[in-house]
Design a protein around this ligand. Structure first.
Ligand code: ZN
Length: 462
């Protein structure tokens, strides 16, 4: 079976709002946006008129110079000469056509951010070139831009970020200018995704972490709604894998390997991530934290304490980043494996309920399992793959060959032989096979077998 890989450019439209706590500053920033909007469309009209009138001016001069057939060598020489008198260094305009409009808006529409002026100049040039055939034929109609024209943003000035406040858009209007004595100008926007039928939240998450790229971007003001929007051209690699409803991938998350995966129809498992890479590094970091915390207990308040707290915060950031990028790698591999094997479903154990056969507290404490789970879910979504959760009861203890449940199996038994059919098992691989096959889907703790048997609700936080 073949996977079709396409790239589509789609324009996402999301509602944005200025992120600013100070109400006065907020008002000022909105005013700035509206000022830019008004000058932006006026600048667009100015440039378009400039191009069209320049062209007419040209035609007039050529006519006066008696140039009719432009293909003649004599005409070409004359045209070059005339161009020089117009655009040459000492010519009428002094610079070439595009530099001319750029120079004009730089002086006349100085309040528009420089990046936007550049983008606007090439945008109007493109539109002008599209009109040229008509203009040469003499059908000159200069298009006019209205105040609802979207504001073009320069790619380099835009950043999509994800932080504790959610997903933000950062627009750097201008850098610090020592000569003019001006500071860096930045407007940060929050994004509201609303009901989000296009799943833009997911797309922007991927833009923020660099998984997706975007092209042109514009700000648009809707007068009726009195709301600002971001229009973003997104290059979306659209994988349209052929998915088979009968194929599921089972994932066993464990200690010796972070994830063991297998798909239905095979017993050949793949393991990704190792205990060494992951838990060891985390334990190491936690030990360092503990040591720091110990030394902090000795320092009671004061400046010394504050100074010592700093490395502790840094360490936890480092730890978080490590886990985050590790989870990104693992979730990516899992989804790629599912796509490669045409699996319509990825099955994971429901770990909110207590699994009787895993040293869960340790595993979960040392592992941002729920982060990994979320990443698998949203990456799978991009390919139309469904993520389902199954009851973890006996997934490790049941023999995947004959169905015998080996209740005496301990969590430390990595390899075991089925007492019934004598099949040799690796604990993680056997569990992955069982997970891939399982249809004991659960969505809440109360549905798990372990809960039903013990009527307890263990609160496990990852
Ligand atoms: Zn067996």
């Amino acid at each position: 079976m073949e996977n079709v890989k396409k790239t589509i450019v789609r324009t996402a439209k999301v509602k944005i709002f200025v992120l600013e706590n100070d109400p006065e500053l907020k008002k000022e920033k909105y005013k700035r946006l509206h000022d830019i909007r008004f000058n932006h469309f006026k600048a667009a009209n100015y440039m378009m008129t400039s191009h069209v009138m320049g062209k007419q001016f040209h035609s007039l001069i050529y006519e006066r110079a008696g140039i009719v057939d432009f293909d003649l060598p004599e005409s070409k020489r004359k045209v070059a000469e005339l161009e020089d008198t117009l655009y040459g260094k000492d010519g009428l305009f002094g610079v070439k056509r595009l530099a001319c409009t750029q120079r004009d808006i730089n002086t006349k529409f100085n309040m528009i951010p420089a990046g936007t002026r550049n983008v606007l100049n090439s945008l109007i040039d493109k539109k002008y070139k599209a009109l040229l055939p008509d203009i040469t034929k003499g059908n000159v109609t200069v298009p006019t831009f209205k105040s609802n024209m979207p504001i073009s943003l320069k790619f380099a000035n835009i950043k999509i970020l994800e932080n504790e406040n959610g997903i933000n858009l950062k627009w750097t209007l201008s850098g610090k200018n020592i000569k003019k004595g001006t500071d860096k100008e930045i407007i940060t926007f929050g994004i509201s995704f609303g009901k989000d039928p296009a799943n833009n939240r997911l797309t922007f998450k991927r833009l923020a972490n660099g998984e997706l790229k975007f092209g042109s971007s514009q700000l648009y003001y809707d007068k009726k709604k009195n709301a600002w929007y971001l229009l973003l051209a997104i290059n979306q690699p659209l994988m349209t894998p052929v998915l088979d409803e009968n194929i599921a991938v089972g994932i066993d998350l464990g200690l010796s390997t972070i994830a063991t995966m297998v798909h239905t129809g095979t017993k050949f498992c793949q393991a990704i991530g190792s205990y060494n890479d992951f838990v060891r590094v985390r334990v190491q970091m936690q030990q360092r934290r503990k040591a720091l915390q110990q030394s902090l207990k000795m320092t009671k308040g004061g400046k010394g304490r504050k100074r010592k707290l700093a490395p502790l915060d840094r360490l936890s950031d480092k730890e978080r980043n490590f886990v985050n990028s590790y989870n990104h790698r693992i979730s990516k591999s899992i989804v790629e494996y599912a796509v490669k094997n045409n699996a319509a479903t990825i099955k994971l154990e429901f770990l909110k309920g207590y699994s009787e056969n895993e040293p869960s507290s340790f595993t979960l404490r040392n592992w941002s399992y729920f982060e990994l789970q979320n990443m698998i879910e949203y990456k799978a979504q991009m390919f139309g793959i469904e993520v389902k959760f199954i009851d973890p009861y006996h997934t490790s203890k049941e023999c995947s060959s004959c169905g015998f449940v080996h209740v005496e199996l301990k969590s430390t038994d990595r390899e075991w032989i089925c007492p019934e059919c004598k099949e040799k098992h690796n604990r993680d691989r056997n569990a992955a096979i069982n997970i891939a096959r399982s249809i004991n889907f659960v969505t809440k703790v109360e549905q798990t077998q372990f809960y039903k048997l013990h009527k307890i609700k263990e609160k496990i936080t990852a």
